[in-house]
Ligand binder design. Structure first.
Ligand SMILES: Cc1cc2nc3c(=O)[nH]c(=O)nc-3n(C[C@H](O)[C@H](O)[C@H](O)COP(=O)(O)OP(=O)(O)OC[C@H]3O[C@@H](n4cnc5c(N)ncnc54)[C@H](O)[C@@H]3O)c2cc1C
Length: 332
C-alpha cells in the first residue's frame, strides 16, 4: 500500500491568510485544492510538502460571475469540474469548456477536482508517474530525484507532458488568468501561464494563487474540444484538440488551433489556424489545417498508446473538430 508522507494541514478562510501561510511555509509548503492530483503524487513522492495549505475553505474562489446574455464570464479557480460542466452559462456560452471539464477522469474525481487544480496540473510522463520504488530502480529521472531524461537520454530538458483537458481550451478561448500574490494581483493570458518545460511548467510564482479565469464575451465565435484516450470512461488525454473560430458571415475571420498532451504546454499551431482564415471551412481548408497541425505536433514516446498513432490522430481530430464547427455554423 502506498502511504502519504506526514504533513501539516492548514485551512485558511481567506486569500490573504492563505498567501501568508504559504510565505511562512516557504518551499516546504504547497497549496492543495481537491487533492486529486497532489495526493496521489505525494504517495509516489513526486511532491513532498511538509505543509499543505488548503484552498477549499476560501469562498471567493468558488464563484462564477457574469456571463448573462453572453457577456464575459469569470470562473473562480476553486469551482469543481462537476459544477463547471453543469453550470448553465458555461454550458450555454462555453460548451467547449463544459465538454473538457466533463471529459476529465471520473464523476468522483470531478466532484473533488477543481478548475484551478486542473490548470495547475503537474506534467506527466511514463517514467515519472510511477511509484518511488519503480523510479528508484531506474535511478530516477531529471523531473524528480535523478539526472537523466529517459524519453530522450541526450536531452538537457524534461519532456513531461501537459495532460490537462481544460488547459488547451482556455488557450484557444483567449482566457485571462488572475494570479494573487502577497503584494499584488496580476492578470496573464492563458497562453503565457503555461511553459514548455516539463519541470517548470507554469510561469506562476509558487506562492501565487490562481484565483479566477476570465473568459471573453460571446461575440460571434465558436469553439470545441476533442479528446483521445484509451478508455472513454476514465483516462488522461493522449491528445486534446481545442479549436476556436471567429465567424464573419460564413467566413472565418480568425482562428486558434491548440493541441493538448503533445508537449509540456498546450501547443498553439498558428499555421493550422492560418490555413482556415478567410475560408468557409471547406474541405480543402480543413485538410490544410489538419496537415499543418500533424506536421507541427511532435509527441514523445512518454504517454499511453503508440507515438506514431498519436501523431496520426492529430490530423484526424483537428479535421473532426473543424468539421463540427462548420456543421454547426451551416446546419445549426
Ligand atoms: C485516476 C485519475 C484520472 C485523472 N484523469 C484526468 C483527466 O482525464 N484529465 C485531466 O485533465 N486530469 C485528470 N486527472 C487529474 C486531476 O484529477 C484533475 O486534473 C483535477 O482537476 C485536479 O484538480 P484538484 O483540485 O484536485 O488539484 P490538486 O490535486 O489539489 O492540485 C494540483 C496542483 O495544482 C496546484 N493548485 C491547485 N489549485 C491551485 C490554485 N488555485 N492556485 C495555485 N495552485 C493551485 C496544487 O498546488 C497542485 O500543485 C486524473 C487524476 C486521477 C487520479
Amino acid at each position: 500500500m502506498l502511504r502519504m508522507p506526514e504533513f501539516r494541514y492548514l485551512q485558511p478562510k481567506s486569500l490573504r491568510q492563505a498567501l501568508k501561510m504559504k510565505e511562512d511555509a516557504g518551499p516546504e509548503g504547497m497549496y492543495v485544492a481537491g487533492g486529486t492530483d497532489l495526493y496521489p503524487n505525494m504517495k509516489r513522492r513526486h511532491q513532498e510538502p511538509k505543509v499543505l495549505i488548503s484552498l477549499s475553505g476560501i469562498r471567493a474562489l468558488s464563484r462564477i460571475t457574469g456571463g448573462a446574455g453572453g457577456a464575459a464570464l469569470s470562473i473562480g479557480a476553486g469551482v469543481t469540474l462537476t459544477s463547471l460542466h453543469h453550470h448553465r452559462r458555461v454550458s450555454l456560452h462555453y460548451p467547449a469548456l463544459a465538454r473538457a471539464a466533463e471529459l476529465v477522469s471520473t464523476p468522483l474525481l470531478r466532484n473533488m477536482g477543481t478548475f484551478g487544480g486542473n490548470l495547475c496540473l503537474d506534467t506527466r510522463c511514463n517514467y515519472y508517474n510511477q511509484t518511488y520504488e519503480w523510479r528508484k530502480a531506474i535511478d530516477f529521472c531529471m523531473k524528480k530525484d535523478g539526472a537523466i531524461c529517459w524519453v530522450a537520454p541526450s536531452s538537457p530538458r524534461c519532456w513531461a507532458v501537459n495532460s490537462s483537458d481544460t488547459a488547451p481550451v482556455t488557450v484557444a478561448l483567449g482566457a485571462q488568468f488572475v494570479l494573487a500574490g502577497a503584494d499584488d494581483e496580476r492578470t496573464v493570458p492563458a497562453s503565457n501561464f503555461f511553459r514548455d518545460d516539463g519541470i517548470r511548467y507554469l510561469s506562476k510564482h509558487p506562492n501565487e494563487i490562481l484565483t479566477e479565469v476570465r473568459l471573453p464575451a460571446q461575440n460571434g465565435w465558436d469553439a470545441t474540444y476533442w479528446k483521445v484516450r484509451r478508455r472513454g470512461a476514465f483516462d488522461f488525454p493522449v491528445l486534446g484538440v481545442a479549436v476556436w473560430v471567429k465567424w464573419e458571415g460564413n467566413l472565418v475571420a480568425d482562428a486558434r488551433v491548440v493541441l493538448g498532451a503533445v508537449a509540456s504546454s498546450p501547443l498553439l499551431v498558428s499555421e493550422a489556424a492560418q490555413a482556415v482564415v478567410g475560408s468557409d471551412l471547406d474541405d480543402e481548408a480543413i485538410a490544410a489545417a489538419a496537415r499543418s497541425a500533424f506536421k507541427t505536433a511532435k509527441p514523445m514516446d512518454n504517454t499511453d498508446l503508440t507515438l506514431a498513432w498519436r501523431k496520426e490522430m492529430v490530423r484526424t481530430y483537428v479535421r473532426r473538430a473543424l468539421e463540427e464547427l462548420r456543421d454547426r455554423r451551416h446546419h445549426g
